[in-house]
Design a protein around this ligand. Structure first.
Ligand code: ATP
Length: 448
């Protein structure tokens, strides 16, 4: 079953409306690097906030952390990344394009059919050097995952948060991987953002907690509007498990190029804490006062990509519909993810309408991300708001000057209701939460 939308449409909408631009575009761009525009940055922030709210603020067993991108190189030796974070690379002897050997079929170059070199293992970590002298001893790495910043702070967090196990530590931040074949827009890039939880549990309870987090994370996407039929779970075969993993599930999404990983939930066992204890010489175990024992916790890791989630939310929300014999493109984004919650649109730029329209804007903007737009025809402005997924548009017309009422247009149903200006904020707040709101309750305030 193919996805209903092709990637070109998403890329073009993102460029046209200010979600995502090619990086360094005026210099011809930089392969697989992207910049988030004015509405893209709002969407991305909303995705991160929804995740943080669900995994940190709405729970009492997870706390947050924000660690440094550059870490002591010993971290990456201990974690196994220097030896094992590799992909098999082959190069075409004719056109010199490089490929990930496990991502292509057959033994010929997919581009020109040329002969390929034998695979060699290519480390995906970006190397740089710290300080003014560029020498081997100063080599450091840009982190390829945020997880290690959490493991090396395990002791700090347990001591200062005074929490008992099971305890999760969550982090959102940039990661870097020198991918051999990046591509598919923001799906696979060399610089991206991770949203990761390391959930520390008592050994023996790890399988139960793995199941728990798989369900929890799957449901998060569904709650935020992703259609269930576009999501599926895939358990890793023993031969594909990462060097640190005892078990792993991928949540896959039906992207335009086919089913692909959206998030991985792994059982990392005690691999990381044991390695860091061994290599740093510091004891990293947990004293369980209730059970009266000391152990190295096992870790369940839900690890998601911010950019890949943004792409999934965009693809899933994208729709083309026919309205009054005209095509409209609309993003049915969940209200909590929509970059702009409400747009204030005076019918025209007529100077009589402007004061009331500005008053409406002033009333709404402290509570919601609000756009004010009085350029072009009202039809074009509705189209723009539909394409960036704005749930509600408020229109001010000449009648509004008489009766102090404005029209709210619903992005999805296209239904329009008239409500008094005075109570607008309450109505929008209720509607954004999906609550029914009886606008007639506002009349009593107006008649005072
Ligand atoms: P893949 O198999 O696609 O390379 P992975 O299994 O190496 O991914 P993890 O290390 O499990 O990925 O990272 C967790 C999540 O981080 C992925 O599910 C994805 O959402 C995101 N992610 C990983 N690599 C990239 C990348 N190069 N660009 C964008 N997002 C990424």
């Amino acid at each position: 079953m193919p996805s209903k939308v092709d990637m070109d449409k998403i890329v073009s909408l993102c460029k046209r409306r200010g979600f995502v631009f090619p990086s360094s575009e005026i210099y011809g761009g930089l392969a697989s690097c992207w910049d988030y525009g004015p509405v893209g940055v709002e969407l991305k922030r909303n995705v991160k906030e929804a995740w943080w709210k669900a995994v940190v603020h709405e729970r009492d067993d997870v706390v947050g952390l924000d660690t440094s991108i550059m870490m002591h190189p010993g971290v990456w030796a201990a974690s196994g990344h220097i030896d094992n974070f590799t992909d098999p690379l082959v190069e075409c002897k004719s056109c010199h394009l490089r490929w990930r050997a496990d991502a292509i079929e057959g033994k010929k170059c997919p581009k020109c059919g040329g002969e390929l070199t034998e695979p060699r293992m290519f480390n995906l970590m970006f190397k740089t050097s710290m300080g003014p002298v560029e020498e081997e001893a100063n080599t450091i790495y840009l982190r390829p995952e945020t997880a290690q910043g959490i493991f090396v702070n395990f002791e700090n967090v347990v001591t200062t948060s005074r929490k008992k196990l099971p305890l999760g530590i969550a982090q959102i931040g940039k990661s870097f991987r020198n991918e051999i074949t990046p591509g598919n827009f923001i799906f696979r890039t060399r610089e991206f953002e991770h949203m990761e939880v390391e959930y520390f549990v008592r050994p023996g309870t790890d399988e139960k907690w793995l199941d728990y987090w798989v369900k929890e994370r799957f449901d998060w996407y569904v709650k935020l509007g992703i259609k269930k039929e576009n999501l599926r779970l895939r358990r890793h075969g023993k031969d594909e498990l990462a060097h640190y993993a005892r078990d792993c599930y991928d949540i896959e999404y039906l992207f335009p190029m086919g089913w692909s990983e959206l998030e991985g939930i792994a059982n990392r066992g005690d691999f990381d804490l044991t390695q860091h204890a061994k290599c740093s010489g510091k004891e990293l175990s947990y004293h369980d006062a209730e059970a009266g024992e000391k152990y190295v916790p096992y870790v369940i890791e839900p690890s998601a990509g911010v950019d890949r989630s943004v792409l999934a939310f965009l693809v899933d929300a994208y729709d083309e519909e026919e309205v009054e014999k005209e095509k409209r493109t609309v993003l049915h984004l969940h209200p909590s993810l929509a970059p702009i919650k409400v747009a204030v649109l005076p019918l025209s730029r007529n100077e009589k309408l402007t004061p009331l329209a500005k008053e409406v804007f002033k009333q709404l903007c402290p509570s919601f991300v609000t756009d004010y737009d009085d350029s072009q025809s009202i039809g074009r402005r509705y189209r723009r708001q539909d394409e960036i997924g704005t749930p509600f548009c408020v229109t001010i017309d000449f009648e509004s000057l008489e009766d102090k009422q404005v029209t709210i247009r619903d992005r999805d149903s296209l239904a329009q209701i008239r409500v008094p200006v005075e109570g607008l904020e309450k109505v929008i707040a209720a509607k954004l939460k999906g609550e029914a709101f009886d606008a007639s309750t506002l009349w009593s305030t107006r008649e005072k």
